[in-house]
Design a protein around this ligand. Structure first.
Ligand SMILES: *Cc1c(COP(=O)(O)O)cnc(C)c1O
Length: 365
């Protein structure tokens, strides 16, 4: 059977390995598997949210409120924007897809950092759009500007991942605003804020002011998610905030009921539990220090991280071998070989989980 030509060049996104696989392949007990590969919240999710999901189970037969009014209203309040500035996605991944289908096609291109979230490129390939990447792995705005000016006619979307996954580095907000002011109005600038809660907590200079962003620049779209700090990766809820006219276009691409009745409830309640978020952020950065100390002690290079993970770069050790050996011990990390790096990305876990990681890593390096 013949399929669309551009499908031939699409590689599948390598998702973090599931717990089930490690149980099956290496005979590790389910409870002993430590999953630090997908940047999920090691504290789980808010107890309030768990109760709300249980209470909501009886409504599983009902379709959700497709206007998602209550959730949009809460988000609108949080960001000081209007509900018409918001669209909800099945994970913020889906809002990347909306943007791609709205703006990119086989005659256009997207512009991204040298090493960044793989889904931008994958969704670009779905519509046959070309991908320009900066030479630098991290976000270098001078290079972005140069490439943009060179291929202005082609580039329809620029993705800035702030902070960046899988490296963890983060641009200053004022540099981001400066950069956007140099971009034509017809080019969409997407700011992926999947880890913004972490970056803003660590350093207020990294905080993207969403209200200011969309008021000052009509061609920007900010994406947020409930999968990381809120601990709701399994619920699949994300959102985009943008000008009303962009949201109106993106909404044409959203199928009805794109998140579930339970997910909708979970997200609404999650926004009420700020205590849980604060606890998450505090654990993350106090534990992050231990990862930095460990790296220094063992001569491992690491990238200063504004997220809930840290990237260790190895010189004379093989990162793939290290992550394979850890897998046998039931510890799942992300090998960055696919990104062309001899490095591993580790989600910051709970104190006792991290001690286990250090103990096993120490044997391998
Ligand atoms: C996790 C992540 C997302 C979105 O995840 P969803 O679960 O689809 O909301 C988006 N961008 C980056 C950079 C991420 O790491």
């Amino acid at each position: 059977m013949k399929f669309n030509k551009h499908l031939q060049n699409i590689s599948n996104y390598e998702a973090g390995k599931p717990i089930e696989l490690v149980v099956r392949e290496f005979g590790v007990k389910n409870d002993d598997v430590l999953k630090l590969a997908s940047n999920e919240n090691p504290l789980g999710c808010s107890k309030k949210v768990q109760r709300a999901i249980k209470d909501c189970a009886k409504n599983a037969s009902l379709y959700p409120d497709d206007s998602m009014f209550e959730l949009k209203e809460k988000l609108a309040k949080k960001y000081e924007v209007k509900t018409q500035n918001i669209i909800i996605g099945s994970g913020s991944d889906q809002t990347i897809e909306f943007a791609m289908h709205a703006k990119a096609n086989e005659n256009s291109a997207i512009l991204v950092a040298g090493t960044t979230f793989a889904m931008y490129e994958i969704y670009a390939s779905h519509v046959g759009a070309k991908v320009y990447k900066t030479n630098s792995k991290n976000h270098n705005l001078a290079e972005f500007e140069e490439l943009y000016n060179k291929h202005k006619e082609e580039i329809s979307i620029i993705f800035l991942c702030i902070p960046n996954n899988p490296l963890g580095e983060c641009l200053d907000a004022k540099d981001v605003y400066d950069f956007i002011s140099k971009i034509d109005e017809d080019t969409l600038v997407v700011i992926d804020g999947a880890y913004q809660e972490f970056a803003s907590f660590k350093d207020s200079n990294k905080h993207i002011n969403v209200k200011k962003l969309i008021n000052d620049f009509k061609n920007t779209m900010y994406m947020g998610t409930f999968s990381k700090a809120y601990g709701l990766g399994g619920m699949r809820v994300g959102y985009a905030v943008s000008s009303q006219s962009i949201i109106k276009e993106l909404s044409k691409l959203r199928v009805p009921f794109n998140i579930t009745t339970l997910s909708l409830k979970a997200a609404i309640v999650a926004l009420d539990d700020d205590k849980f978020i604060q606890k998450t952020l505090k654990n993350n950065f106090s534990q992050m220090k231990k990862f930095e100390k460990f790296a220094l002690k063992h001569g491992i290079d690491y990238i200063k991280s504004y997220t809930n993970f840290i990237t260790y770069i190895f010189k004379d050790k093989n990162a793939t071998e290290i992550s394979q050996n850890l897998l046998k011990k039931g510890i799942i990390l992300r090998d960055l070989k696919n990104y062309g790096m001899n490095a591993i990305r580790i989600t910051i876990g709970k104190p006792k989980d991290n001690i286990r990681v250090f103990k096993e890593l120490e044997k391998l390096i």
